[in-house]
Write a protein that binds this ligand. Structure first.
Ligand SMILES: Nc1ncnc2c1ncn2[C@@H]1O[C@H](COP(=O)(O)OP(=O)(O)OP(=O)(O)O)[C@@H](O)[C@H]1O
Ligand SMILES: CC(C)(CO)[C@@H](O)C(=O)[O-]
Ligand code: BAL
Length: 350
C-alpha cells in the first residue's frame, strides 16, 4: 500500500492499490492528469457497492487518462447525536481495497486536525431554507456541517467533476445549489441509488440492523416502489381510457372497457383534484409504512414521508399534474435511522 504523497499513476484501470494520502500537502503533491480531468468521490468510509458504483462512474467519466480521487472522512460537524458519530463504522483497510477494485487512483483520508486545523470552524456554509426541510428538520445543523466540509473538500481536492449519490437526494440538491450560488466552478453529477436484491438501499448504517430489523426496514423500498407502481398504473389507465374514448370522457372510456374499478380509480385520480395523483402516491406509501409501524416486534418509527419538488424540497401540492418529484422517507428501526427516496414524474394526467 502506498502511504506517501508519491505521485499516483493516473488511469487506475488495473485495480492497483491507490495512493493513500493523509495530508493536504500530500494531496497537493499529487500531479493533475495532463490533458484529462480529475474526478472526486466524497465518502465517510465503510465503503459498499453504492460507493463503488460512484467510483466506477467517476472512473468512466474521467477516462483512462483521467484521475479519480476518493475522500474518506467522518465529519463530526454534520453529526447531531454523539452516539451516532461514535459508532459510525471505520474500515480504512477494506476501503482501500474497494476503492482500488472500483478504479480509484488515490484515497485522501485526512485526520481531524488536517481538515479543521483551527478547531471547529467559526465561518461556515449555511444551507438556507432548503436545508431546514426534511432531513434538516430532523437533524438540525446537519446540512450546514455537511456543506462546510464539502466546500473544504472541494477546495482541497480541486476536481473538475464531483459525484454524489441520489440516495442522499437533499444533500445532492444542496451541493448543487451551493456550487451554483457560490460559483465553485465544478460539475456536480448525481448517481442513481444502488440497492440490495431485496430492495434495501445500500447504506453504511445497514450493518447495524438485526435480521428482524432488516425485515422491517424493507417497508421503506416497498412503500416507494408501490407508490411508483400506483402512479404508473394510473398513467397507463389514463392513456388507455383516452385511447378508448378519444377526445372524450376518460371514465366513460374505461367503463366501455368493462373496467369499473379502474374507471373509478382513474376518475378519482384524474378528475377529482383533491384526490389527485400526488395524494394517491402519498397514501399508497403511507399505508405500507403504517403497517410496518404497527408490527408488535421491531416496529418501524416513521420520521417523515414527503413528496417534494427536487429543486427546493417543498411539498408538491395535491393538484400538481406534471413535472418531477421526489418521494422521500426517513424512519428509525431499532437504533438505526434510515433514509430512502425515489424520483417520480407526473406527466400523463394532463
Ligand atoms: N446506495 C447508494 N447508492 C448510491 N450512492 C450512495 C449509496 N449510499 C451512499 N451513496 C453515496 O455515497 C456518498 C458517500 O455516502 P456515505 O459515506 O454517507 O455513505 P452512506 O452509505 O450513505 O452512509 P450512511 O450510513 O451515512 O447513510 C454519498 O454521495 C452518498 O449519497
Ligand atoms: C458528502 C459527505 C462525504 C460529506 O461529509 C457525506 O455527507 C456523505 O458521505 O454523504
Ligand atoms: N450519507 C449522508 C451522511 C450522513 O448521514 O451524515
Amino acid at each position: 500500500m502506498t502511504t506517501t504523497g508519491h505521485p499516483a499513476p493516473t488511469g487506475n484501470t488495473a485495480a492497483t492499490t491507490p495512493a493513500l494520502l493523509r495530508t493536504a500537502a500530500e494531496l497537493d503533491a499529487l500531479p493533475r492528469p495532463a490533458g484529462a480531468e480529475r474526478a472526486v468521490v466524497m465518502t465517510m468510509g465503510a465503503l459498499h457497492d453504492g460507493h463503488a458504483t460512484l467510483i466506477r462512474t467517476a472512473r468512466e467519466a474521467a477516462g483512462p487518462d483521467g484521475q479519480v480521487v476518493v475522500t474518506v472522512f467522518v465529519n463530526p460537524l454534520q453529526f447531531g447525536e454523539a452516539a451516532d458519530l461514535d459508532r459510525y463504522p471505520r474500515t480504512l483497510d477494506a476501503d482501500l481495497e474497494t476503492a482500488a477494485a472500483a478504479g480509484a487512483d488515490a484515497v485522501f483520508a485526512p485526520g481531524l486536525d488536517e481538515v479543521y486545523p483551527g478547531g471547529e470552524p467559526q465561518v461556515r456554509i449555511t444551507a438556507g431554507p432548503m436545508g431546514e426541510r426534511l432531513e434538516g428538520a430532523s437533524r438540525p445543523g446537519h446540512f450546514d456541517g455537511m456543506l462546510t466540509v464539502v466546500a473544504k473538500l472541494l477546495h482541497l481536492t480541486r476536481p473538475d467533476e464531483a459525484f454524489y449519490g441520489q440516495k442522499d437526494a437533499q444533500q445532492l440538491a444542496l451541493i448543487r445549489r451551493m456550487v451554483r450560488d457560490l460559483n465553485f466552478g465544478v460539475r456536480i453529477t448525481g448517481v442513481p441509488t444502488v440497492r440490495d436484491p431485496d430492495g434495501l438501499a445500500l447504506s453504511s448504517r445497514n450493518r447495524f440492523l438485526s435480521p428482524q430489523e432488516r425485515h422491517t426496514a424493507l417497508a421503506l423500498p416497498r412503500a416507494l416502489f408501490a407508490a411508483q407502481d400506483r402512479l404508473a398504473a394510473q398513467q397507463a389507465l389514463h392513456e388507455r381510457a383516452m385511447a378508448t374514448a378519444p377526445g372524450g370522457d376518460r371514465a366513460a372510456g374505461l367503463n366501455k372497457l368493462g373496467e369499473a374499478r379502474a374507471a373509478a380509480d382513474a376518475q378519482a385520480v384524474a378528475l377529482a383534484r383533491p384526490n389527485g395523483a400526488p395524494a394517491a402516491v402519498r397514501a399508497t406509501a403511507r399505508a405500507i409504512l403504517e403497517e410496518a409501524a404497527a408490527r408488535d416486534r421491531h416496529p418501524l418509527v416513521l420520521d417523515y414521508l414527503a413528496l417534494v419538488d427536487p429543486a427546493d424540497f417543498t411539498e408538491i401540492p395535491d393538484d400538481r399534474e406534471s413535472g418531477d418529484a421526489i418521494l422521500a422517507v426517513a424512519a428509525r428501526v431499532g437504533e438505526t435511522r434510515l433514509i430512502d427516496n425515489i424520483p417520480l414524474t407526473f406527466g400523463a394526467l394532463t
